[in-house]
Ligand binder design. Structure first.
Ligand SMILES: Cc1cc2nc3c(=O)[nH]c(=O)nc-3n(C[C@H](O)[C@H](O)[C@H](O)COP(=O)(O)OP(=O)(O)OC[C@H]3O[C@@H](n4cnc5c(N)ncnc54)[C@H](O)[C@@H]3O)c2cc1C
Length: 350
């Protein structure tokens, strides 16, 4: 469907990954908004590589996950309480979208053969009236209480106005060894934010997954990892006995630092790490799973230093340190913030 640009919107959302799409889905009946992506398809993004693992916490598990997030990841307690008290939004959304799911050690994952990320994203996007593709954010400036937003569209450059601007542009484009899982190549978003008074923080805060392959486009997930062994070139085990039994029981998601350290030792001894399972043999390399540094916001996604500018998803930095977030947090937090921010934006116009 070809939709003309309007001259002005209440809200503009930049990016159609899980963060931008979940927000648009929840805003749909309330606000006059525009959502666009610079890619040719709204499904071309990191979210489509994801397995859709979502961290879902029971009320009994809340205190423990908040405690570990604060002590291990340097997280903000208030923010952790905010997100983890609302993880039931995830299962409610999956139910609304008729997506079946099964429990995993730290939450849920969509059932079925396809990767869970694209399944969730596709169903959400089907409920959004339209997402403009091939439209790139070039810059924005404040004009009194509104933003003037410059876009490159297939028909040339265009300026539109908006009351509120939401950046949902994903992880930043560093140059990462072994990783080619959609780090956006011309990532100029941070300069635009800085020019409008915002800060960029924690860029060294990168969550590295120990079990990447195919240049980080894939990772071994628990149900695969438990079926095989991690060995060096001579077939010797890479991990100690305790870690091996945790992998077999699919309970290794909170000890990535130990997995990375032991795999590094193997490489330092001159061998790659291989995953073997029956006839399958995969070379395993650590990969960037997500980056937790970026645009400094408060825990509601409001950019510090620039009123009415918001950042959600992987581009947002609101506390994670020490190697990032726990696995399954990105999808959960995008869904929680999507709903809460939509509510906040519609309340604030009254
Ligand atoms: C292999 C892999 C598996 C993963 N599995 C999981 C998992 O199971 N569970 C989990 O929680 N997390 C997982 N993650 C992490 C998770 O996928 C990401 O953190 C999350 O998808 C980021 O979503 P996002 O919406 O913030 O960004 P993205 O999905 O990257 O979307 C960003 C959007 O912004 C657009 N954009 C960027 N710049 C511009 C611009 N200048 N103008 C216009 N548009 C722009 C892009 O085109 C895109 O549409 C995985 C990551 C990888 C690599």
């Amino acid at each position: 469907m070809f939709i003309l640009f309007g001259d002005s919107y209440e809200v503009i959302i930049v990016g159609s990954g899980i963060a931008g799409s979940a927000l648009a889905y929840h805003m749909h009946p309330f606000l006059d908004y525009l959502i666009f992506t610079d890619q040719k398809s709204p499904m071309r993004n990191t979210s489509s590589f994801s397995y859709g693992h979502c961290r879902v916490i029971s009320p009994e598990g809340l205190e423990e996950i908040v405690r570990r997030s604060v002590s291990q990841l340097g997280e903000d307690r208030e923010k952790m309480n905010f997100v983890y008290m609302r993880t039931h939004y995830v299962t409610e959304l999956l139910d609304e979208l008729s997506i079946g799911y099964i429990p995993r050690s730290f939450g849920v994952i969509p059932s079925g053969r396809r990767r869970g990320g694209p399944v969730i994203l596709e169903r959400i996007q089907k409920k959004i009236p339209y997402i403009k593709t091939d439209v790139r954010l070039l810059g924005f400036t404040r004009d009194k209480d509104r933003f003037e937003v410059s876009l490159r569209t297939p028909d040339g450059e265009k300026t539109v106005k908006t009351d509120k601007l939401v950046i949902a542009t994903g992880g930043y484009a560093g140059s990462f060894d072994n990783t080619d899982n959609f780090r956006y190549k011309n990532y100029s978003i941070f300069d635009m934010v800085r020019m409008n008074g915002g800060n960029i923080i924690n860029l060294d805060c990168i969550f590295t997954h120990p079990f990447g392959y195919d240049r980080g486009r894939r990772i071994l997930i628990g149900k695969d990892a438990k079926k095989g062994d991690f060995v060096d070139k001579r077939g010797r085990f890479v991990f100690n006995k305790k870690i091996r039994s945790m992998i077999k029981e699919d309970r290794y998601h909170e000890i990535f630092h130990l997995l990375l350290a032991e795999a590094d030792e193997c490489r330092a001894r001159g061998s790659q790490v291989y995953f073997v399972s029956g006839s399958r043999r995969e070379e395993i390399t650590p990969c960037v799973h997500y980056t937790s540094g970026g645009i400094e916001t408060n825990y509601l996604g409001e950019v510090k230093g620039c009123r009415n500018l918001f950042a959600v998803g992987e581009c947002q930095a609101n506390g994670s340190k020490n190697n990032g977030r726990f696995p399954g947090y990105p999808f959960t937090s995008a869904i929680v913030y999507g709903k809460e921010l939509a509510r906040h934006l519609s309340d604030s116009r009254r």
